[in-house]
Design a protein around this ligand. Sequence first.
Ligand SMILES: *[C@@H]1O[C@H](CO)[C@@H](O)[C@H](O)[C@H]1NC(C)=O
Ligand SMILES: *[C@@H]1O[C@H](CO)[C@@H](O)[C@H](O)[C@H]1NC(C)=O
Ligand SMILES: *[C@@H]1O[C@H](CO)[C@@H](O)[C@H](O)[C@H]1NC(C)=O
Ligand SMILES: *[C@@H]1O[C@H](CO)[C@@H](O)[C@H](O)[C@H]1NC(C)=O
Ligand SMILES: *[C@@H]1O[C@H](CO)[C@@H](O)[C@H](O)[C@H]1NC(C)=O
Ligand SMILES: *[C@@H]1O[C@H](CO)[C@@H](O)[C@H](O)[C@H]1NC(C)=O
Length: 475
Amino acid sequence: MKKNKKPSLIFVLILVIIIFVVCSTLSVEGRNNHHKNSRAHKHRKRGNGNGNNVPGPDHSPCSAPTPAPSHGSDPTPSRVFDVLSFGAKGDGVFDDSKALQAAWKAACMADSATLKIPSNFKFLISPITLQGPCMPKLVLQIDGTLLAPPTVGSWPKSSLFQWINFKWIHNFTIQGIGTIDGQGSAWWNLSQLPYIQKRSKHIPGMKPTALRFYESYNVTVRDIKIINSPLCHMKFDDSGSINIDNITISSPEDSPNTDGIHLQNTKDVEIQHSNIGCGDDCVSIQTGCSNIHVHHISCGPGHGISLGSLGKDKTVACVKDIVVENIIMQDTLYGARIKTWQGGIGSVKNVSFSKIQVSNVKVPIMIDQFYCDKKKCKNQTDAVAISGVKYNQIIGTYSAQPIHLACSNNVPCKNVDLIDIQLAPFSKSGGSQQALCLNTYGKSYAPLVPSSIDYCLRKGGTAYNSLTRSHKYTC
Ligand SMILES: *[C@@H]1O[C@H](CO)[C@@H](O)[C@H](O)[C@H]1NC(C)=O
Ligand SMILES: *[C@@H]1O[C@H](CO)[C@@H](O)[C@H](O)[C@H]1NC(C)=O
Ligand SMILES: *[C@@H]1O[C@H](CO)[C@@H](O)[C@H](O)[C@H]1NC(C)=O
Ligand SMILES: *[C@@H]1O[C@H](CO)[C@@H](O)[C@H](O)[C@H]1NC(C)=O
Ligand SMILES: *[C@@H]1O[C@H](CO)[C@@H](O)[C@H](O)[C@H]1NC(C)=O
Ligand SMILES: *[C@@H]1O[C@H](CO)[C@@H](O)[C@H](O)[C@H]1NC(C)=O
């Protein structure tokens, strides 16, 4: 063994020289190359303890058995931009927003780039706007955790509208096994309310939405977990072609106004195979939405899946072509609901709620044209016209009332069909309220349980035509 020491030492020395030469060549090339970070960090061993994640020469690629591929010959150039390579610490304490912004800018400019949020790290992020337009096929791969500012006081006063704002992005995917944590508990605490009221001069009591997508198209969000938002977990406005698949949204039942997914002025949306539990609507569909397909969702706790509230402060509301099917609702306040304020105008048309299994839901089927968030709202003649609403196969248990359809006197609901509704009280003591239908026209088809549903709706429907005419051309 001793005899071999000398030659092996020389061999090691040669190897070190080779490695040094290769390394410095790569690093010089890297500095002149826009895609340095993808290459340098592709094979990076994370958590190797030097604690210095500032972009710069990195010797770890040299320890990889194969050299970094050259982009010229790479058939599918996938460029990975790891946020750790842009100065992020990932310790959950240091503010990594600047690093995320820098990584976004780099990834945004590269074709088919992946911005990576690695697992086993927590990144504290201040309110941030991640803006396009970007090169096509950008992927945000979230395997680690993104943390919002932990206390109400640590949010900058000027940006209380949302936490992470995706703006003007097309052809974009968010995926991964990671978590987006809005750390909202402080915002839900009633004892904090006077303090929150003072935070925003313009909108007193304003709380931030966790993820917002603004004017964005062809966006996919899948697999990730979004938890504990101060307000809505995810909001899409003025957007289209959205696909949400296999995500988890979770916040406590008593967290106020924490909608799961909130859609506004957004078209062509598919929300599927996801678990949503929160303190407000699991999915909330607002004005300007059409062609929305929500299916294979488990909802609860929460307030169910809702259209509205629509027509607040005499505004115009237009919602059409909504399909909600294959849903499991457990321990929610409502099931399939449409809510409008008195005095609004516009219409809700072509809505289908089907195959909804309810368990201990307070009111599984609800249309409320007298929606009011105060003790009392003034009666008004105008109302958002509701027509073509189908409830099909709504089956399970309720705790207060099986059906509550309260439509306006002046603008009755029409073509509301009840098909195969089978609802039983959850417990012997609960569910005492009878089915209620007010100014609601439509047809019902057996089986209908309780049988009071059968004579709840008003049959026919020519009498109201003149009354709703004024709404026909609004949308
Ligand atoms: C999005 O992708 C489609 C299909 O690949 C392409 O036609 C379109 O130009 C892309 N849009 C943007 C803004 O990159
Ligand atoms: C949507 O975006 C994906 C990439 O994220 C792209 O492959 C696809 O072609 C786009 N589709 C359209 C219709 O733009
Ligand atoms: C609510 O705030 C009070 C006072 O700041 C605090 O003592 C309490 O622990 C908070 N509760 C929660 C659930 O955060
Ligand atoms: C759903 O997402 C989880 C991560 O949250 C992942 O482990 C699982 O493979 C995904 N399922 C499908 C069908 O993509
Ligand atoms: C109702 O909406 C569904 C889903 O968007 C759509 O496929 C269907 O064509 C619409 N029906 C009418 C009559 O507009
Ligand atoms: C408002 O309308 C509802 C439903 O028609 C009725 O029960 C109520 O008495 C009205 N309230 C006032 C103040 O007119």
